[in-house]
Design a protein around this ligand. Structure first.
Ligand code: ADP
Ligand code: TRP
Length: 328
């Protein structure tokens, strides 16, 4: 029997999760939960690089856990935990940092993008890829499912694992493959740009009723009148409809666009119905879970224990070979 692959991914708890996160990451995480020895974690140390409000960070951590559980994460199948429950992660990150050329971090596009988007240039943000590398390497991960935007961080991780193994002359760290999730194009936000918390253009997964309707009604379109024929392929509302509707429903709506006499307001209402239906079960589940927060916290506690045990087994030989001894 071949050894089960270790699959690992993380998500930052820096705000409410949106449908871009769902189609770009969460859905694939859940689909892969029983495809190996799977670890998913909430990257709360990473969120500190952009969020300095303890109450909010804690609440977001609980919310992300609720979201994943409601959307189908099964803690019997995947180990789900908080990054901060594994102190071996920052421990390894420090060691990797001592082998990281400053020039490698200076090439980081994600750092530059975040500064350009207005984040403060702190050292945590600058060395973010080193902490991410430790996240991955500490469990001997083989496969890391992430979106296209994470490609460079995974490359840096592979690079650092190689540097460590060469410096200490052994296979202490496993060089992971990336697994770029390509099944979905970038999900557009209400303004047509990439949906992102930083652009204030998101549609949250667990928004419902009036607030959801309000957001969907605010999606930007061109100014064609009700009677005019419309091109579904150049419209934001239709791009979102495609994520939620099956093929025959998509074809039916596209036909209405082309025929004219069907306004963007109609399309938005149709989208509303599709979104409500798509997440109906998850919404019910989330409400149930909100009433059982002890269970939710237990999931994190148990996940943390398992993750720590694995991390410790990888860290031990690293302490030894680096001479960072704990018990003299
Ligand atoms: P945000 O841009 O809202 O801060 P993150 O950078 O935290 O989102 O992304 C978390 C995950 O969700 C990543 O794997 C990313 O690839 C995916 N993701 C985020 N926004 C989108 C989007 N608009 N379309 C597809 N995937 C996305
Ligand atoms: N940087 C990732 C993001 O913004 C989150 C993350 C942190 C991560 N550590 C990771 C993803 C390790 C995969 C593996 O989406």
């Amino acid at each position: 029997m071949t050894k089960k692959k270790t699959i690992l991914s993380g998500i930052q708890p820096s705000g409410k999760l949106h449908i871009g996160n769902y189609f770009g990451a969460i859905r694939q995480h859940i689909a892969m939960q029983d495809k190996g020895d799977t670890f998913y974690f909430i990257a709360n140390y990473h969120s500190l690089t952009s969020l300095n409000d303890g109450k909010t960070l804690y609440q977001n951590t609980i919310d992300v856990t609720l979201d994943y559980l409601a959307l189908g994460l099964d803690p019997q199948k995947a180990t789900f935990f908080a990054q901060s429950d594994v102190p071996q992660v920052p421990e390894l990150a420090w060691i990797l940092g001592t082998l990281t050329p400053v020039s490698l971090m200076e090439k980081g596009v994600s750092y530059k993008d975040k500064i350009a988007a207005g984040l403060k240039p702190n050292i945590g943000l600058f060395t973010y890829p080193i902490l991410q590398a430790a996240d991955i390497l500490i469990y001997h991960s083989d496969v890391v499912p992430v979106g296209e935007d994470q490609k460079q961080n995974i490359e840096i991780c592979r690079d650092l694992a190689g540097k460590f193994n060469r410096a200490y002359d052994g296979e202490y760290l496993i060089i992971p493959e990336d697994h770029i999730v390509k099944s979905v194009a970038v999900v557009p936000g209400t303004d047509g740009r990439k949906m992102s918390k930083s652009y204030n253009n998101t549609i949250q997964i667990f928004e419902e009723g009036k607030p959801l309707k309000k957001v969907l009604m605010s999606i930007e379109t061109d100014s064609k009148g009700l009677e005019e024929a419309k091109d579904p392929d150049s419209d934001n509302v239709f791009a979102l409809i495609k994520l939620f509707a099956d093929e025959s429903k998509q074809a039916e709506i596209a036909e209405k666009y082309r025929a004219g006499g069907y306004g963007y307001g109609h399309a938005k209402l149709e989208l509303l119905e599709l979104v409500e239906e798509y997440f109906a079960e998850a919404r019910e589940k989330r409400k149930e879970l909100e009433g059982d927060l002890d269970f939710v916290k237990d999931v994190l506690t148990e996940g943390g224990k398992k993750a720590r045990a694995r991390a410790e087994s990888v860290m031990e030989p690293i302490r030894e070979v680096t001479g960072i001894v704990r018990n003299f």
